[in-house]
Structure formats: structure tokens, C-alpha cells
Design a protein around this ligand. Structure first.
Ligand code: CDP
Ligand code: CDP
Length: 228
């Protein structure tokens, strides 16, 4: 039996992981796993169920029975379309809190591994190359300066049509991003860090097309049989 190859893309918030991973998956015809969405869904489901985000047993039970579905490009929680709702920065912060609880990570582990199917998988998150798919033949650590990442999030809010008087200041986005990165890097389980066998791609000076090309170059080198 041939094991499906995994391309693991990890990195901090707004480094471009999701966008780049999705594009690489489309290019190769591979499956795609947005592992952060599972942590975001867990945080949202816990909040909706009135479970405190520091109640490890309670949140792990929510994660283990998460009624999530992914039809097309939508994300449903108990049938409710939460595609946009889970992208709120407060849900990102909640995700980062529940993600620090070991029992929650364990509860989501098999669900993530089930995405590994032929012809292959592109997975993005924080621990794709370290914990979930440690044997992945391609590991990328995608990053960018905190300032560039804050600019991207700010632009995204403008792009979504958020009125100026409701939009957080760039400096507040930067501060929140730094706090979330620090929590993700400081936790005892699956901390955010570049693995020794992961290739660094710094997207600070790169546009999306260039970042996708940089990752595809690495794939071509490591998995010559899958890219022409
Ligand atoms: O998944 P992650 O939080 O790492 O980032 P993302 O949501 O894919 O990207 C955040 C924003 O940065 C998106 O609006 C991307 O279009 C943008 N981006 C960019 O401007 N330049 C890049 N090289 C990569 C992403
Ligand atoms: O898009 P962005 O990078 O801002 O966030 P995300 O990838 O959706 O992840 C949200 C939060 O979930 C992160 O801040 C991490 O704390 C957590 N996470 C994780 O611990 N492990 C993963 N594999 C993916 C996300």
C-alpha cells in the first residue's frame, strides 16, 4: 500500500499558510487540511455550549464530538454556516487558548490524520510537520515579519468591507498578533517553531504567486514524481 505524501506547512498567524497551502493543493490536485479551522471550531462550539475555554475536560469533549462539516468552501458547525464567524480574531484567540490544552490536541489528532488520502495532502497549521505528520516528506515553515503580517490582516478587514470606525488600529492588530504568537510558541505541547527538517520560506517580500512558487520549488525538489 502506498502512503499518501504529505506537504506540511506550518507558521505564525497571517504568514500566508492558508492561502498558499490551498493554492499548492489545487495545483497538485491534492487534498487540503486547514487544521486551524478545527481549533477555531472547537473554541466557537465551546463558547456556544457555555463551556469555559480553560475547562480542559469539557473542551476536549467538545473537540471529540465536533459536529463540523466542510461542504465545498463552506464550514458548518451543527449545520450552521460559520465560515466567516470562525475567522474573527476573538475566535483566533479562543482557538489559541484551547490549543494549549493537551487533551484537546489529542482529541483532534485522528481527525486530522484521516485527511491523509491519495493522491496526497497539503496541511497547514502549527504542528503539521512536528506532531500530526512527523514523517511528511515536505515540511515548510512559512513566516513573515510581524509588521507585514499585521498589514495583511488589516488589509483583509478593509477588503471585507469593515467600516473604518469599527476597524482595529494597525498597532492593535500587531499587538494581538504578537500575543497570540507568543502563546503558541510558549505552550508545552506542540509549540509553534521551525522544525530542523523544515525549509524556511520568508514571505515578507513575496506576493502570493511568488510564495506559492517558492513552496512548489521545494515540493519539486523533495517529491520530483508529483510535480512536472
Ligand atoms: O493562514 P494564515 O493565517 O497564515 O494566512 P492567510 O490567511 O493565508 O493570509 C493572510 C493574508 O495575507 C491574506 O489576505 C493573503 O491574501 C495575504 N498574503 C499576502 O498578501 N502575501 C503573501 N505572500 C501571502 C498571503
Ligand atoms: O489563520 P491563523 O494563522 O491566524 O490561525 P489558524 O491557523 O486558524 O489557527 C488558530 C489558532 O489555532 C492558532 O493561534 C493556534 O493556537 C491553533 N492551532 C494549533 O495550535 N495547531 C494547529 N495545527 C493549527 C492551529
Amino acid at each position: 500500500r502506498i502512503a499518501a505524501p504529505v506537504i506540511a506547512i506550518d507558521g505564525p498567524s497571517a504568514s500566508g499558510k492558508g492561502t498558499v497551502a490551498q493554492r499548492v493543493a489545487e495545483t497538485l490536485g491534492f487534498h487540503f487540511l486547514d487544521s486551524g479551522a478545527l481549533y477555531r471550531l472547537t473554541a466557537l462550539a465551546a463558547l456556544r455550549a457555555g463551556v469555559a475555554l480553560d475547562d480542559e475536560t469539557g473542551v476536549a469533549a467538545v473537540a471529540a464530538t465536533l459536529p463540523a462539516e466542510f461542504p465545498g468552501d463552506r464550514i458548518l458547525l451543527a449545520g450552521d454556516d460559520v465560515t466567516e464567524a470562525i475567522r474573527a480574531e476573538e475566535i483566533g484567540v479562543g482557538a489559541s487558548k484551547v490549543a494549549a490544552l493537551p487533551a484537546v490536541r489529542t482529541a483532534l489528532l485522528e481527525r486530522q490524520r484521516a485527511y491523509r488520502r491519495l493522491p496526497g495532502l497539503v496541511a497547514d497549521g502549527r504542528d503539521m510537520g512536528s506532531v500530526v505528520f512527523p514523517e511528511a516528506p515536505v515540511k515548510v515553515f512559512l513566516t513573515a515579519s510581524a509588521e507585514a503580517r499585521a498589514e495583511r490582516r488589516h488589509k483583509q478587514l478593509i477588503g471585507k468591507g469593515m467600516p473604518a470606525n469599527m476597524r482595529p488600529l494597525l498597532q492593535d492588530i500587531l499587538q494581538e498578533l504578537r500575543e497570540r504568537d507568543a502563546r503558541d510558541a510558549a505552550r508545552s505541547v506542540a509549540p509553534l517553531k521551525q522544525e530542523e527538517d523544515a525549509e524556511l520560506v520568508d514571505t515578507t517580500p513575496l506576493g502570493i504567486d511568488e510564495a506559492v512558487a517558492a513552496v512548489l520549488d521545494i515540493v519539486r525538489r523533495k517529491l520530483p514524481q508529483v510535480v512536472s
